[in-house]
Design a protein around this ligand. Structure first.
Ligand code: NDP
Ligand code: 13P
Length: 333
């Protein structure tokens, strides 16, 4: 029997994942914008978010959350992190009991510091939850480039069942039972994508980018383990994999934000000019609080925070990191 998918969120990643699952399973995507819905149904495109991409023709779009979720066997949350709670609360009365709910968002809720599957569990107790994550730049996957992802769920039987819903020839989905680690890997790497973007924008060089990625991995692993993630997860697809892809790609929105800052633009102007989400801007703020709470040294995050929120320049951040005490590679810093 084919599982029916109901996906909430019509942006670049939500649309890409819906187009992938529509190859395997009947899929309905909900978008709040009626024009997006009409365009997907009539022309099989979503030009605002995926210019030049043709979607799977069997993908159906709807403007009704109820219609999207009421018969679904799996719900996929494809809206940005700060909107997930509101959208899921609206969907809740129409979701059938025990249906798994999979998160695609890579961020933390700013008001509660919660991971997205924690928010899902709070709203929908009893439903199996999980996350689909990894080095998955939508604009590549959509154009048929190969990629690997992870579906992380505590229940391996459900994860295996869903693996076949999300997988396609060139999109290889592995399972993992470390939901905390996988989810944190995806959220935290955005901070370092802003950092490497800043370096690239300011022409700091390839060695600097590599140092930021490597020390960024050490930093995110320290916090990730303290919060309950497994060390091995952070060297896998959801950790190092996503970190490398996002930190070294001009297709990443977080890298783009950093790059523009590195070129001298203000954050306000950059955000104003973007029509897509860059989760790392808000995640940096939450992670600064988590670092204090868990007493974890996170010098890169701290410098990025000061640039985003305290008026520091990219040069200040560079100096801050260069002056940070150099210890053993295995120690913080
Ligand atoms: N793009 C990518 O390559 C990847 C993205 N992700 C993650 O997926 C999540 C979604 O990102 P992505 O699709 O790229 O984002 P986009 O910025 O491309 O699109 C955001 C979508 O969410 C909708 N939306 C925003 N706010 C609300 C709201 N309050 N209620 C309902 N809908 C809302 C937007 O609707 P509208 O058009 O009407 O504004 C739009 O359809 C993010 O957490 C991102 O980090 C994960 C992996 C890859
Ligand atoms: O998460 C992503 C790739 O895995 C997408 O990154 P951006 O949100 O920075 O574009």
């Amino acid at each position: 029997m084919k599982l029916k998918v109901g996906l909430l969120g019509g942006g670049s990643w939500g649309t890409t994942v819906a187009s992938l699952t529509a190859k395997n399973s009947p899929t309905i995507i909900w978008a709040r914008n009626p024009k997006t819905v009409q365009e997907i149904n009539e022309y099989h495109t979503n030009k605002k978010y995926l210019p030049n991409a043709k979607l799977t023709s069997s993908l159906k779009a709807s403007n009704s959350i109820k219609e999207t979720v009421e018969n679904a066997d799996v719900i996929v949350m494809g809206v940005p992190s700060q909107s997930l709670r509101k959208v899921l609360e609206e969907a809740k009365p129409h979701i059938r009991p025990w249906v798994p709910i999979i998160n695609l968002a890579k961020g933390l809720e700013i008001s509660t510091k919660m991971r997205m599957t924690e928010v899902i569990k709070e709203i929908m107790p009893g439903h199996p939850t999980g996350v689909l994550t990894g080095p998955n730049l939508a604009k590549e996957i959509h154009f048929g480039k190969a990629a690997a992802a992870v579906i992380a769920m505590v229940d391996n039987t459900i994860a295996k069942r869903l693996q076949s819903v999300f997988s396609s020839g060139l999109f290889r989905v592995y399972t993992n039972n470390d939901v905390i680690g996988c989810e944190l890997g995806g959220a935290l790497k955005n901070i370092y994508a802003i950092a490497t973007g800043m370096g690239d924008g300011a022409n700091a060089g390839d060695n600097t980018r590599s140092a930021l990625i490597t020390r960024g991995l050490a930093e995110l692993t320290r916090l990730g383990i303290a919060m309950g993630g497994k060390k091995s997860t952070f060297s896998g697809l959801a950790g190092m994999g996503d970190l490398v892809a996002t930190c070294s790609s001009s297709k990443s929105r977080n890298h783009h934000v950093g790059f523009q800052i590195g070129q001298g633009k203000s954050l306000e102007q950059i955000i104003d000019e973007m029509n897509e989400v860059a989760e790392g801007v808000k995640t940096t703020k939450v992670v600064m609080e988590l670092a204090k709470e868990y007493k974890i040294d996170m010098p890169i995050t701290e410098e990025i925070y000061k640039v985003l929120y305290k008026g520091n320049s990219v040069n200040d951040a560079f100096k801050g990191l260069i002056q940070y005490e150099v210890g053993s590679e295995k120690e913080p810093g």
